[in-house]
Design a protein around this ligand. Sequence first.
Ligand code: AMP
Ligand code: MG
Length: 280
Amino acid sequence: MSLSKKFRVEPGKGIDLADLDPADTSAAKSKAAAKAELASDLEALTELQRALYAEARQSLLICLQAPDAGGKDGTIRNIFTAFNPQGCHVKGFKAPTTIERGYDFLWRVHPHVPPRGGVSIFNRSHYEDVLVVRVKELAPEAVWRARYEHINAFERLIADNGTRTLKFYLHISKEEQLSRFAARLENPAKNWKISEADYEERAYWEDYRVAFEEALARCSTDIAPWFAIPADKKWYRNFVIARIVREQMEAMKIKLPEPSVDLEDIRRRYLTEVGAGVVA
Ligand code: AMP
Ligand code: MG
């Protein structure tokens, strides 16, 4: 079975996250085998993005959502560095600024949607507006409730314009989060990433689960599917996400453009000019 199929949240069906073991590694033969497959998938991703850029007709949007310390940054570093920075844009979404709050919640998102031939990676996304906003009651229920439909309409709009949207929810356990926080607290190189707020958010763990389940259930569509990824094991998370992105990009049927010039004519007119010896 393709990993896309195994981990996709079926449109209209939803998901019970209690049934998804964050420590699952069942799709890998072994850690070593997964690492080898990851390496070849990353090479394939490099070629696929090169073709996407050359084709300049479609684009790819990847949204990463997870609890704090869920692995969004690590996913970008380990997988999406396979893409040429020319043609790939990474955008992180923080709490909206005063200016951004003056507009609808998608206003700040739309400019970061990839142009034809491009890839955008969202580290957090418009889904925060039905996650943290819902859990922390930053907007009235009537406001955030209407957003599932707004999101689906927005993703339909960009799909109609050639953007393939893939959304990944990285599923970690509460215990794994605690141990990643501990690493941030103890490792000087990681100190900058930890704050009291991270620990305080743990009190809302269940509320976030409910909010994630509803977002995944209501917004996993054929044109913009959600994938729920067991993410306690970083090597497994990397392996699964890279494989899914590869499968999905292969399904985009990206075609290198036909040459817009007459190659034979160029060869005939210019290569012979360079002189014998250069032209084989
Ligand atoms: P970090 O990813 O650790 O840099 O944190 C970014 C913070 O911004 C997180 O606490 C998010 O919950 C918060 N954030 C992102 N988008 C929104 C939003 N639309 N409304 C409120 N908070 C947000
Ligand atoms: Mg954080």
